[in-house]
Design a protein around this ligand. Structure first.
Ligand SMILES: [Zn+2]
Length: 324
């Protein structure tokens, strides 16, 4: 099958972007096509993306009122969904994503990046779940009440008591657990404790690019054992040491490698669009570029079924299993 036709047929699932931050800072809206940033609804549509996870990340200067900032972001999302009913829907289940695909709309899945947003209260997790949140990263790169992030190298702690309760409550509610940014001890704890598949929404292979944010072979295999998925990320610095030359080819190398270590059922996409500074990798400049990945995978000899899995089938499997 022709690459463009296959791409159109697939559910393309991008497991991470930070685009809501620009909206909160009144830089742009997501419904209008912009030359700023990497991603908006028209560009997702052009790139053939069906499901987009939008992360709420609380900037460091707002940590003193993290819940307030999280609710502001949730308000911005719901306002967008109310305004743009023809273009985007809030997706809380796999069936919502399938409906969006059939209707030619974007399915937006809301995530929170870092348990700071909970301010130590599982009650807030339950409220966020009611407001549509279906994915939560335990930490960003720093320490919080649930665990240490990857930059907390001196202590490198795993899950706290609160972190353990958080994982159990996420299992119970049906929220995907995301270990991107989590320090190795925390990843080990989550893999041991979680009763549901675990994801790393945006990370690459440490064997190809040795930075703390990338996953070791053991971690890749551990995520696969839970039935989870690793979303390869376009962040140039996580693709190659010489990040200025990063390109689609490097992303495909990380996909090949993770397929080798974790298996074809455990790789997906997690762009991190609007979450990294310029320049973007060549061939992955913005959300219109997703079809290039399909072309690249076919050129590397992946069969149609395998392309479907990497583009979105694998994340859909986990989303259905965890969230319904
Ligand atoms: Zn991130």
């Amino acid at each position: 099958m022709e690459a463009s036709k296959l791409h159109q047929q697939c559910i393309v699932f991008d497991a991470h972007c930070d685009s809501i931050l620009d909206v909160l800072e009144d830089k742009r809206t997501l419904e209008q096509r912009s030359s700023e940033g990497h991603l908006d609804l028209p560009r997702l549509q052009e790139g053939g993306v069906t499901a987009q996870i939008f992360a709420i990340y609380v900037r460091r200067e707002y940590l003193g009122r993290a819940a307030h900032q999280t609710l502001r972001a949730l308000d911005a999302f719901h306002a967008l969904f109310d305004r743009c009913t023809d273009d985007v829907i809030l997706a809380t289940t796999a069936a919502d994503v399938e409906r969006a695909k059939a209707d030619g709309k974007i399915a937006a899945i809301i995530a929170i990046e870092g348990a700071e947003s909970l301010e130590g209260e599982l009650a807030l997790l339950r409220v966020y779940h009611r407001l549509g949140v279906r994915n939560l990263g335990i930490t960003w790169s720093l320490r919080n009440r649930a665990a240490d992030g990857v930059n907390e190298t001196r202590t490198g702690g795993g899950l706290t008591n609160f972190g353990v309760e958080l994982v159990e409550e996420m299992n119970r509610l049906g929220i995907m657990i995301d270990v991107a940014h989590l320090a190795p001890a925390g990843v080990r704890d989550v893999l041991e404790i979680s009763q549901s598949p675990v994801i790393a929404s945006h990370a690459n292979a440490h064997a190809l690019r040795s930075v703390a944010r990338n996953l070791t072979d053991q971690q890749l295999a551990g995520i696969a054992r839970t039935g989870g998925v690793v979303g390869v990320t376009f962040v140039p610095y996580f693709l190659d040491e010489d990040w200025k030359r990063a390109s689609l080819g490097y992303l495909l190398d990380h996909i090949d490698y993770i397929v080798k270590v974790a298996g074809i059922d455990h790789v997906g996409l997690g762009s991190d669009f609007d979450g990294f500074p310029p320049p973007p990798p060549t061939g992955l400049e913005d959300a219109t570029c997703f079809p290039n990945i399909t072309v690249g995978l076919l050129e590397r000899g992946y069969g149609e079924d395998d392309v479907r899995k990497v583009l979105g089938g694998n994340f859909m499997r986990v989303f259905r299993q965890v969230c319904g």
